[in-house]
Design a protein around this ligand. Structure first.
Ligand code: COA
Length: 160
């Protein structure tokens, strides 16, 4: 794998959206189609970043916001690039983009997805709800989480 400092984080764009959608197909059983992310490129309330190794998208985050509430919709890192801080870098980029606008971030995560739940806890998210049978393929409960924004992500969560 490439060294971490050779990885680049940049805005989701027409050039990299196909790679982002392909990564989602690798990582999720019910990914949003590429057309949805392409449409989001035109949405001023949408926040998307990719992490690339050369031309290859190896990480992707997509959020949107209404008023001061940011919702994290998608976060994925290619399996062979995990545990080197890419997800944290992507979240930091999204949070930075909405700083001064959004005061809170919400998300849902599969109950069994301990990697993601640990990640979100390390970013300062706390559980604020639980929805049984929320997901399908396979059916599973959702853990709802929230994190105040504006105070910045915890100092120890920087990937750099
Ligand atoms: C969840 C996911 C995005 C994490 O991406 P990542 O780039 O590996 O995460 P990071 O390297 O930034 O991890 C930061 C911290 O999160 C926690 N974490 C991440 N993966 C973890 C794991 N498998 N087990 C335990 N803790 C984990 C750790 O605290 C980690 O810090 P550390 O490596 O210093 O211990 C990635 O595993 C993934 O894409 N999974 C499949 C898709 C998915 O489930 N997305 C989330 C849907 S809600």
């Amino acid at each position: 794998m490439t060294q971490r400092d050779e990885l680049a984080v940049s805005l989701l764009s027409a050039e990299n959206v196909a790679g982002a959608a392909a990564l989602c197909r690798e990582c999720f059983t019910t990914p949003w189609p590429e057309s949805v992310y392409r449409r989001e490129l035109e949405n001023p309330q949408s926040v998307g970043f990719v992490c690339t190794d050369g031309e290859t998208v190896v990480g992707f985050i997509h959020c949107d916001f209404v008023l001061d509430e940011l919702t994290l919709n998608t976060l994925a890192v290619r399996a062979d690039y995990r545990r080197c801080g890419i997800a944290k870098r992507l979240f930091a980029a999204a949070a930075e983009m909405v700083s001064g606008v959004c005061t809170v971030c919400y998300l849902e995560v599969r109950e069994s997805n301990l990697a993601a739940r640990r990640l979100y806890e390390s970013l300062g998210f706390r559980q604020n709800g639980f929805r049984p049978r929320y997901y399908h393929d396979p059916e599973e409960a959702a853990v709802l989480m929230e994190k105040p924004l504006g105070s910045g992500i915890p100092a120890d969560s920087s990937a750099d």
